[in-house]
Design a protein around this ligand. Structure first.
Ligand code: CDP
Ligand code: CDP
Length: 219
């Protein structure tokens, strides 16, 4: 698939940050698929849906409208929820909802449609393996758990909010485990995806590395 870049990896690896910068540089659309699973989770919280009721969750995923505005921000039923989807309540439940096969089916179809109509940089957990296995360029970004937790901690601190590094680390580790061990579309590196460990790298270094690989592969 030409003009399609797929990026997977665990939380805090830098996927969204890098995908956004890459999309800007290449003039592609950035699609943060994690935001889509978060939007379904937020809708389930707002509608008081039991997180164990798979049928209701699937119905909900089909019913709601999830789109992106031109800044790449997520819109749930006409409302910009890009801040709300980052709440600790959404963090706590999103991996459970993302494990429901029928919910994934609804979102994967939307993601594949978007990639057919646009030049995209798409990031998530199953983009290189399930959503766009034929993407022109595939990357798996990762970093140590300690580094990923430190990055999230710094994000919260920079907004002048209280943060507990150990709590953040635990929450990320819990999601890593749920996402990697689930039955449907678990997080794993596609054999042909390029692995980049960003633990010791700056954002700029990661970006340069990826651009040189993309340009190299195109020549
Ligand atoms: O905040 P963080 O970058 O760690 O996560 P995210 O990319 O916003 O994704 C939130 C959650 O959605 C993940 O922990 C997964 O459970 C789920 N997800 C998924 O199952 N498949 C995707 N393609 C993207 C996200
Ligand atoms: O999407 P994902 O959960 O993989 O990560 P993110 O939401 O982009 O968050 C990564 C955080 O680490 C951001 O605050 C970045 O500024 C920072 N960071 C990075 O992305 N890459 C590095 N090489 C170093 C720091």
């Amino acid at each position: 698939m030409k003009n399609v870049i797929a990026i997977d990896g665990p939380g805090g690896a830098g996927k969204s940050t890098i995908a956004k910068l890459l999309a800007k540089k290449l003039n592609y659309l950035h699609l943060d698929t994690g935001a889509m699973y978060r939007a379904v989770t937020l809708a389930a919280i707002n509608e008081n849906i039991d997180f164990d009721d798979k049928e209701k969750l699937i119905k909900l995923a089909k019913k709601i409208s999830i789109t992106f505005n031109k800044n790449g921000e997520i819109i749930l039923n006409d409302k910009n929820v890009s801040q709300e989807i980052r709440s600790s309540e959404v963090n706590a439940h999103v991996s459970k909802i993302a494990a429901v096969k029928g919910v994934r089916k609804v979102l994967v179809e939307k993601q594949q449609n978007l990639a057919q109509k646009n030049r995209v940089v798409m990031d998530g957990r199953d983009i290189t393996t399930v959503v766009l296995p034929e993407a022109e360029h595939k990357f798996f970004l990762t970093a140590s758990l300690a580094e990923r937790a430190k990055r999230r901690y710094q994000e919260v601190k920079s907004k002048n909010n209280d943060a507990d590094l150990e709590e953040i680390k635990k929450s990320i580790a819990r999601r890593d485990k749920l996402d990697s061990e689930r039955e449907h579309s678990p997080l794993k590196k596609a054999e042909d995806a390029v692995l980049i460990d960003t633990t010791e790298l700056s954002i700029d270094e990661v970006l340069k590395k990826m651009i040189s690989l993309i340009e190299g592969e195109n020549h």
